[in-house]
Design a protein around this ligand. Structure first.
Ligand code: SF4
Ligand code: FES
Length: 250
């Protein structure tokens, strides 16, 4: 299959960047999207050109690092699929495919398709943990957890912190990510002692990082490769009210 790729090339954060077009006649339908880029990069290296910089690690849909905007859709056209798990059989011979980095003020471009997502790390550092003593694993496992809560906490915990929700949101809001990271702790008994402080701190850090506000557009849920539900945003807002009622700011 032969594709035309329009790829965002940007030397560093200061470079204004531009699209470059590549003819790619060597695309196999069984390749993943990242393998397709690998093959193009091998050719560019052979021609003495700079390869395209893109983030990748597990290539199994679990690490969340393969952040690519593919023809205007975060992670590409296949629902519930990360870019590394997207296969070229979902494209057609002769397609023109545009590949860009995430676009958000809080995710500055480092190079080409790689952005700095350390803002997410700082949101986690602000409260995405349990500092209260819960004993060893057997003690913690002895604490009864309602099945409905353990299932919902597990659903929230599947967030891989990829940032697609931010990239897809017209406001570049990080509410879906933050709500998932808050909910997987706030839904469990072990998360209760710090529940409202955690909520207030993580939301405050989200605002400090420059992410926009949520206006219920729903683009985040539509592109999330782990199908994180916007219901978690409702839960987060409920706990924000709970924090405010208790006078907990951060
Ligand atoms: S909520 Fe979904 S889209 Fe957002 S960071 Fe988590 S896994 Fe990625
Ligand atoms: S490379 Fe790990 S999720 Fe895609």
């Amino acid at each position: 299959m032969r594709l035309t790729l329009r790829v965002w090339r940007q030397k560093n954060a200061q470079d204004p960047g531009r699209f470059e077009e590549y003819d790619h006649p060597d695309v196999n339908e069984h390749m993943s999207f990242l393998e397709m880029l690998d093959v193009l990069n091998q050719r560019l290296i052979g021609e003495g050109k700079e390869p395209i910089a893109f983030d990748h690690d597990c290539r199994e849909g679990i690490c969340g690092i393969c952040s690519l905007m593919i023809s205007g859709v975060a992670h590409g056209p296949q629902p519930a699929t990360t870019a590394c798990q997207l296969h070229m059989r979902f494209f057609n011979d002769g397609d023109t495919v545009t590949v860009e980095p995430w676009r958000a003020k809080a995710f500055p471009v480092i190079k080409d398709l790689i952005v700095d997502r350390s803002a997410f790390d700082r949101i986690i550092q602000a409260g995405g943990y349990i500092a209260a003593g819960v004993g060893g694993a057997p003690d913690a496992n002895a604490t009864p957890v309602p099945k409905v809560n353990s299932d919902r906490a597990m659903d929230a915990a599947t967030c891989i912190a990829c940032g697609a929700c931010v990239a897809a949101c017209p406001n570049a809001s990080a509410m879906l990510f933050t709500s998932a990271k808050v909910a997987h702790l706030n839904l469990l008994p072990q998360g209760q002692p710090e529940r409202y402080q955690r909520t207030a701190r993580m939301v405050r850090q989200m605002e400090i990082e420059g992410f926009g506000a949520c206006t219920n557009m729903g683009e985040c849920e539509a592109v999330c490769p782990k199908e994180i539900s916007m219901d978690f945003i409702s839960l987060l807002n409920k706990d924000r009210i709970g924090a405010a009622m208790r006078g907990i700011r951060d």
